[in-house]
Design a binder for this molecule. Structure first.
Ligand code: G6P
Length: 610
């Protein structure tokens, strides 16, 4: 809301939020005649933009817009948001999340003769508010009544032409932030929606309603009690969330990794290698007594946690388990007051991870979140937060957030080891100094990535690609396979190299590409020799082996059709370098197949439903 042309602000904001869902898009504005004007289209935002360019919407200063990741009803024009409420269609509503009791509410509306035009749960809310408004004559009161009746997860915004100077919003279990401007105000699922207009933001709390006008903002609880929240300043620039000269966000974000890792280390590791995490102060009393760490996460963040497990156990000598967040709370995990749950999430809004965190807190455990997004729900709900400073990540497939997450978990491991005195100080300092070298080493990997790009093109018609790794290389094999699934829609699997002979080797046939993450030849546990044996085993059965190996590893070159060398680093830190060729491989393969690298089919970056 404000003096600027709403359509431009809405489409600009939706562009920045499109990574959250891109099945369909739509906007409603109140035009200069005082009526709602709604446009919505199935498919990517560009289709809506094209439609609006051909049939422009009139001048307006208030509006709402939405991009969708389909849950109820396929991605069609009719199911796209906004949804109109009431017979006279004077009310428009957008919704993120899932209204769990929508069937029962819909039955009630159908019995009253309401006609539905979509299959969504969201349209139910639009009709309910419109019906209440008819009765009460107050938009706010009807909105309050309706949101209290909804179960599940929702961020809902409504606009009504009979009260054309206000937008009402409600939030439960789905993100919502306010942008405070000068004579203009904004709402968005995250700050990216409005960062080009203002850096001042407020994160809306659970079960709260926002009454937004161009020159005022007030927040209240669902019960109607006033609420106040501190403002925060968005610490990144709008340009950080734009593609710059890159062919895709993913290409840019891969190249950003020296900075993402460097910024995550900044002010936390001193030049002598000492690690200090002031952010852990709220957990100070617990740290010496932790008897178990459970890391909860989904997707790429879960693989970052898997890498971190090796480091924390080795340095801090605390048993660590990594749990997929959506499995965690449904199997009655054992949690005590000495359990530290570490929730790892780029967005800080992944519903599965949030729910796992709430479960852990209720059970008496403490929660540390490792998060990349300021003001995210996870960051606010955890007992302490360790931010990764990767900057905004827009491409759906995570890259720089992954390496920044591993970096942050390494810092956590070093801090815990320091506090608990479990590893020799000199060794910890040496690892700290090795961490500081990572940004330069990543830059080296990026500089020498030409051969990986060629490989991506070469394997574009592969039906299956297998990834093998061992120790810290195992989660990297899993992450490499995930990248290929997400980006190139190629069936790919990651295996622990030692598991090969227990089954997966049956998959190997003539010409099968197998990518192997090879441990350092100086590995004290002789894992290098074991992995080289695995390479020979698959090669003997016809596989084409591509090895990711440490510079100077001449042994492996004898058995691989291609070796991608990465610089020598500390054994535990190698995953941060090893994953980069795999990211580039998947990106190039996707591009060679003519696919959308940034917005792969069926996915959304921030999955705010369970
Ligand atoms: C989705 C994304 C993945 C991401 C996962 C966890 O599935 O497509 O790329 O790794 O969510 O996201 P988070 O924001 O919690 O790290």
């Amino acid at each position: 809301m404000g003096p600027k042309s709403t359509v431009d602000v809405l489409l600009g904001g939706l562009k920045r939020l499109e990574y959250r869902g891109y099945d369909s898009a739509g906007v409603t504005v109140i035009n200069d005649q005082g009526h709602l004007d709604t446009r919505k289209k199935a498919g990517k935002l560009s289709i809506l933009v094209e439609d609006i360019n051909q049939h422009p919407l009139g001048e307006s200063h208030i509006g709402i817009g939405h991009t969708r990741w389909a849950t109820h009803g396929s991605p069609t024009d009719a199911n796209a948001h906004p949804h109109l409420g009431g017979k006279d269609h004077k009310l428009s509503l957008i919704h993120n999340g899932i209204i769990e009791n929508f069937a029962e509410l819909k039955a009630e509306l159908l019995a009253q003769g309401t006609v539905f035009t979509s299959e969504t749960d969201s349209e139910v809310a639009a009709h309910l508010v419109a019906a209440e408004y008819k009765k009460s004559g107050s938009l706010l009161e009807s909105f309050r009544t309706v949101v209290r009746r909804l179960h599940g997860a929702f961020t809902i915004l409504v606009l009504d032409e009979d009260e054309p100077n206000v937008i009402l919003a409600a939030r439960r279990n789905a993100p919502l932030v306010i942008g405070l401007g000068d004579g203009e105000n904004f709402l968005g699922s995250d700050v990216a929606a409005f960062v080009e207009h203002t850096k001042r933001a407020i994160a809306v709390g659970q079960d709260e309603i926002v009454i937004l006008k161009a020159d005022s903002v007030s927040i209240e609880s669902f019960a109607g009690a006033p609420v106040s929240h501190e403002e925060f300043t968005i610490d990144w620039d709008a340009s950080a969330a734009s593609k710059g000269g890159w062919s895709s966000f993913m290409a840019k974000e891969i190249a950003d990794q020296p900075k993402a890792v460097g910024d995550t280390l900044m002010a936390r590791v001193s030049s002598d290698g000492t690690v200090k995490l002031a952010e852990l102060a709220p957990l100070e009393n617990l740290l010496p007594h932790i008897d178990r760490i459970i890391m909860v996460a989904c997707g790429t963040a879960a693989y970052a946690s898997e890498v971190g497990k090796y480091a924390i156990e080795a340095w801090a000598k605390i048993p660590v388990s990594v749990e997929l967040a959506h499995e965690f709370r449904y199997r009655q995990p054992i949690l005590t007051k000495n359990t530290l749950v570490v929730a790892v999430s780029q967005s800080g809004e992944t519903m599965d991870t949030l729910m796992a965190t709430r479960y852990a807190k209720e059970a008496g455990a403490s929660v540390l979140s490792i998060c990349n997004t300021q003001g995210a729900t996870l960051a606010r709900e955890a007992d302490a937060v360790l931010y990764t400073h990767a900057g905004p990540e827009v491409a759906v497939a995570s890259t720089k957030a992954f390496t920044a997450q591993i970096t942050a978990i390494f810092l956590l491991g070093l801090h815990l080891a320091t506090v608990r005195g479990t590893t020799d100080k000199a060794e910890l300092h040496q690892i700290g100094r090795e961490l500081l070298k990572l940004p330069a080493l990543i830059a080296k990997v990026l500089e020498s990535s030409e051969s990986v790009r060629d490989l991506g093109k070469k394997f574009k018609d592969a039906k299956t690609v297998l990834f093998l790794g061992r120790n810290v290389g195992f989660p990297i094999a899993l992450e490499g396979a995930l990248k290929l699934k997400e980006l190139a829609y190629i069936h790919s699997e990651g295996f622990a190299a030692g598991e090969l002979k227990h089954g997966p080797i049956a998959l190997i046939e003539e010409g099968q590409p197998v990518i192997v993450i090879v441990p350092s030849p100086t590995d004290p546990d002789s894992l290098h020799a074991k992995v080289v044996s695995n390479i020979q085993e698959v090669r003997a059965r016809g596989a084409q082996v591509i090895a990711i190996a440490e510079a100077g590893d001449t042994e492996v070159a004898k058995y691989a059709v291609e070796v991608i060398y990465v610089p020598v680093s500390h054994k535990m830190l190698a995953p941060i370098l090893d994953v980069i060729p795999l990211q580039i491989f998947a990106m190039e393969l996707s591009a060679a197949k003519g696919l959308d690298v940034d917005q792969p089919r069926n996915l959304a970056k921030s999955v705010t439903v369970e």
